[in-house]
Design a protein around this ligand. Structure first.
Ligand SMILES: *Cc1c(COP(=O)(O)O)cnc(C)c1O
Length: 397
């Protein structure tokens, strides 16, 4: 019999679990109960599917990338999460959680955001479902991401600047958790990736698995078989878990996650699976970037969405069990990935996605010409145009 993961304590092997203040344990237990009952409830699933179809724009297409395929030397399909409402996969889990919150009778959602993308997805879902959203953001990020701050405000969210610590994501996480502890009776903490204490990694995986479920049907229609490779970028790991999970027991499909190597793995980076060590971040045990005293280190990546010093516990476990493999790609290689997809297919990917594209060159050395590969286009690149234009010197001579 295949064992269920996570187990009852929310563990994936030695990873995962619930490392939170005692006051939050009842809320986590309630959430787990509500989640398990909601996903077997027809009314909940029908409402979620209705919104995914008519609001998010699902199913997203699976596009055959003819020119890119020719360039790399295998058959490449693109799963188009960039075509979701708000431009990335994050809305899948934000909307589902917001719907769950309504079912639980809570009136308020807190979340943290680094670059603002998770904040925007959360604010969007809350606007649609009439829930109050409070988004915590380090004041450094607040300054750097003014447009996303404006988006959140326009969507009716309250954006709280955090001035403690390094004034970035990890400080915003602390503040969001503090708020949740204080207001736990009427407030849900909306986590945007497969991270955090149990049941979040399992719950977010479940809500993002629609990506892989759709791929399974679509690729059978186009190719009559399952893919040989699936490629996805990994920040916290939700778009990767979403496309991987329905294929976990399909042993002939290679599952490959690509992390951000930033300026290089020996310099500043965000390659937690490649270079992290066992630690606790965000309420769960996983691999994290930390110094010898266990202080969390600042991650670095050209893409804000991969710039996270932890990773979902299930990825750490899948890596140990060798079901999945992980590689890392530098800022430079990711920029080359953006250009490659834009030039060959007329699709400008998010810088996060571009890490997966940046790995194709390497993979082309070993891949067979009749191999079928599906690459998860986790988001579109409009949000990154400033950085891309600067780094590619479009406005200088
Ligand atoms: C946030 C984000 C990511 C990284 O998050 P995961 O949880 O690893 O998927 C990747 N791509 C895009 C476009 C994002 O917005």
């Amino acid at each position: 019999m295949v064992k269920k993961f996570p187990d009852q304590e929310g563990r994936f092997g030695e990873y995962g679990g619930k490392f939170v203040p005692e006051t939050l344990m009842p809320a986590l237990n309630d959430l787990e109960k509500e989640f398990n009952s909601a996903i077997t409830n027809d009314a909940f699933n029908n409402e979620l599917n209705y919104l995914l179809n008519t609001y998010v724009g699902r199913p997203t297409p699976l596009t055959y990338a003819k020119n890119l395929s020719k360039r790399i030397g295998c058959k490449i399909y693109l799963k188009r999460e960039d075509l979701c409402h708000t431009g990335a996969h994050k809305i899948n889990a934000a909307l589902a959680q917001a719907l769950l919150v309504k079912r639980m009778g809570k009136k308020r959602i807190v979340a943290e955001t680094g670059a603002g993308q998770h904040g925007v997805a959360t604010a969007t879902a809350c606007a649609l479902l009439g829930i109050q959203a409070v988004i915590y953001m380090g004041s450094k990020d607040y300054e750097r991401q003014k447009i996303n701050v404006a988006r959140m405000k326009l969507l009716g969210a309250k954006v709280e600047q955090v001035n403690s610590g390094s004034m970035t994501l990890k400080d915003a996480i602390n503040e969001a958790i503090r708020d949740w502890v204080t207001n736990v009776d009427n407030t849900h903490y909306l986590i945007g990736s497969v991270v955090g204490p149990h049941p979040y990694p399992e719950m977010v995986r479940h809500f993002q698995s629609i990506i892989g479920d759709e791929v399974k049907e679509q690729i059978k229609e186009y190719e009559g078989k399952l893919p040989d490779y699936i490629l996805a970028c990994v920040g916290g790991g939700s778009n990767a878990m979403g496309i991987f999970y329905p294929f976990i027991n399909e042993k002939d499909t290679n599952l490959i996650g690509i992390e951000a190597a930033g300026e290089g793995i020996d310099k500043s980076h965000a390659a937690t699976l490649s270079a992290g060590t066992l630690g606790i971040l965000h309420g769960a045990k996983s691999l994290v970037l930390q110094n010898q005293d266990g202080q969390i280190e600042e991650a670095h990546s050209i893409s804000a969405g991969l710039d996270y010093p932890g990773v979902g516990p299930e990825h750490a476990w899948l890596k140990d069990t060798k079901r999945t493999t992980y590689f890392s790609v530098t800022d430079e290689q990711a920029l080359a990935g953006v250009e490659l997809l834009a030039n060959t297919e007329g699709i400008i990917p998010a810088l996060e996605t571009a890490h997966a594209i940046g790995y194709l060159e390497e993979l082309s050395k070993e891949i067979k010409s009749d191999s079928v590969l599906v690459l998860n286009v986790s988001g579109r690149g409009d949000k990154d145009m400033d950085i891309i234009a600067k780094r590619l010197n479009f406005f200088t001579n």
